[in-house]
Design a protein around this ligand. Structure first.
Ligand code: F6R
Length: 608
């Protein structure tokens, strides 16, 4: 994940920038750079590869230090990890570093080119720099110019900016990607991707809210919200030790990890999508032509990721996909051979049953793939092919962001394999890939339902049982919703396929039975709606998670509806995971259970 640091102290900052970038290394990166400024003169150094390369260049060329600077570790999204694409970018008077994906980059780039802009890199960051530079030419108030230019961006991003000639002005902006402000322990102000990056300089941390801008000088700072209103944000005291395991402004790791989802999904997608061509980058070893079928095996939440993928893979790749929980699979003596692509999905990469299934598949000659979050794990070492997720460390026992990254990888895999086999119209593949790039923003938009979910969570905290229902890809999300609720609130919850209800579970329904029905506006919406009406007729206490465009008709039936942003059927598992995760979280918080370490559970289940 990209890392951002900005320092304004009026004293030499280059050493501090490098020290901070070292603390951001854990996020992963493939190039790095810093820029400092003194008396309007900008000095910049960038290097592909590790920070050591940047340090060597600085040593060779000599530091020309300044009292203000910005630095960046880049995880390539738009454009290869070259020095030319590394940040900071300098466009006229604007020096900028960026984390995120600008979705309307192509339109903005075309517009800028049509107006004669000289665009030098492949990055979307440079486009932002041009927009700001152009705005500064017509708007003398820097704050307004920045807010206007950044207001044109669609996507999820965090930015740090300097303006030539403004030696005492460090600017930050965030939407969808995290950014914090640090008040210097000794002097100055800082901005960074997380509190850890600022820990050598600052224990007083301000977590910027969605859409916030910060304008910092060495002596003061002001924050504006997304409407341009001046706002105050709380100052939090964060000790170094806490910064290492930073919960940010959140009470629990689960909340922190939940809100990281736009960021980690973006970084996971960046690994698999060529954003310039909107095509999928598939591992060369993954020659799908060799395989007759796919088998996917995993446990718990990771199993529900595989369940979602079964719908995608069968529909797009048109290949038979078998899925099973690892604890069953490993003992049922399943026939496998070299024509089978065998995929395990695991956050930890250490789950005993999943690992045993992987070893079984290898023994039988299947080609094995591990979709895994911990790159040093046993599964990552033993599988033939690793498809990493980039969720970062997941501390909370209940998985949130790892699941979202697993389905991100599986979505790209479905498009990639279908393309390799020529089973998808290339235009459709491009359109689906483009849709995936909207995910960071879309997930971020979903966060606006939190207040509605808190109200629902208060009701749910009083009940003993909950049923979650969904059809198609919403069925695994219903299962995941039920799992998440039971594991952290200890309320009994079950997920069912909505159409299966009448084959037994409908007997449970009376006015005391709460049901959460996941009904995105997709190809099976009408079918799910019929199920909703069947349950309503029997007096069930129904809440429907549906799209904005369908919420009104659900409410007309006299039922509760929580309205999610409209999205395609393909993206609905991502969007509808947000309310089920949030519901479990807020119910647990209201009940006062141990959210991050629920009773009886372990993060990594290394025993059978
Ligand atoms: C639930 C949860 C578990 C894990 C399962 C597999 O929130 O986290 O169900 O998904 O134990 O673990 P990994 O993915 O590490 O193999």
């Amino acid at each position: 994940m990209c890392g951002i640091i900005g320092i304004v102290t009026g004293k030499p900052v280059a050493g501090g920038l490098i020290a901070s970038l070292k603390l951001l290394e854990y996020r992963g990166y493939d190039s790095a750079g810093i820029a400092t400024m003194q008396n309007g003169t900008v000095w910049r150094e960038r290097a592909a590869g590790k920070l050591a390369n940047l340090e060597h260049k600085i040593k060779d060329h000599g530091v020309k230090d300044g009292g203000i600077g910005i630095g960046h570790t880049r995880w390539a999204t738009h454009g290869a990890p070259t020095e030319a694409n590394a940040h900071p970018h300098i466009i006229d008077n604007v020096i900028i570093v960026h984390n995120g994906i600008i979705e309307n980059y192509a339109e903005l780039r075309d517009e800028l080119l049509a107006n004669g802009a000289d665009i030098k890199s492949d990055t979307d960051t440079e486009i932002i720099g041009h927009l700001i530079s152009n705005q500064l030419k017509v708007e003398s108030n820097i704050e307004t110019a920045i807010q206007t230019a950044i207001g044109r961006l669609t996507g999820a991003f965090a930015l740090a900016i300097m303006i030539k000639g403004q030696d005492d002005l460090l600017i930050g902006a965030r939407k969808g990607c995290p950014l914090v402000v640090g008040i210097g322990d000794v002097e100055g102000h800082y901005i960074g991707s997380d509190a850890l990056a600022l820990s050598p300089f600052s224990r007083q941390i301000v977590y910027l809210d969605e859409g916030d801008f910060v304008f910092a000088t060495k002596d003061s700072f002001k924050i504006f919200d997304q409407n341009g209103q001046s706002v105050e944000r709380d100052v939090n005291i964060v000790e170094l030790q806490a910064a290492t395991m930073d919960k940010g402004k959140h009470k629990h790791f689960m909340a922190k990890e939940f809100f990281e989802q736009p960021d980690v999904v973006q970084h996971t997608l960046a690994h698999y999508i060529d954003l310039k061509s909107n095509t999928i980058k598939l591992d060369d070893k993954l020659d799908i032509n060799k395989f007759e079928r796919i088998v996917m095996v995993s446990c718990g939440t990771a199993f529900y990721a595989a369940m979602v993928a079964k719908y995608w893979l069968e529909n797009t790749v048109k290949i038979s996909v078998e899925i099973d929980v690892a604890s069953e699979y490993r003992y049922r003596n399943p026939p496998l051979n070299s024509k089978c692509l065998f995929i395990v999905v695991s956050q930890s990469g250490e789950t005993a049953d999943t690992l045993a299934a992987l070893r079984l598949a290898k023994q039988q000659g299947a080609v094995t793939v591990a979709i895994v979050n911990v790159p040093t794990s046993t599964m990552a070492r033993e599988a033939d092919i690793i498809l990493p997720t980039f969720a970062g460390t997941e501390v909370c026992v209940a998985s949130t962001k790892a699941f979202m990254c697993q389905i991100s990888v599986l979505a790209t895999l479905s498009i990639g394999l279908a393309t390799s086999l020529g089973r998808i119209d290339p235009a459709k593949a491009t359109a689906m890939t483009k849709e995936l790039t909207q995910l960071p923003r879309l997930i971020n938009d979903c966060f606006s339902i939190e207040a509605d979910i808190i109200k629902l969570a208060h009701d749910i905290s009083k009940v003993e049982h909950v049923l979650f229902l969904g059809r198609h890809t919403s069925f695994p999300i219903a299962m995941e919703g039920a799992l998440k609720l039971k594991e952290i609130t200890y309320i009994h919850a079950e997920g069912y396929a909505a159409g299966e209800l009448k084959h037994g579970p409908i007997a449970l329904i009376d006015e005391k039975m709460p049901l959460i029905i996941i009904a995105p506006d997709n190809e099976v919406y009408e079918k799910t709606r019929s199920n909703i009406e069947e349950i309503a007729a029997r007096g069930g206490d129904i809440t429907v998670f549906t799209s904005k465009s369908r919420a009104a008709e659900i409410r007309k039936l006299g039922l509760k509806a929580i309205a999610l942003p409209d999205c395609s059927s393909f993206l609905s598992p991502f969007v509808y995971t947000i309310p089920v995760q949030l519901l479990a979280y807020h119910t647990a918080v209201h009940m006062g259970t141990d959210v991050d370490q629920p009773r009886n559970l372990a993060k990594s289940v290394t025993v059978e």
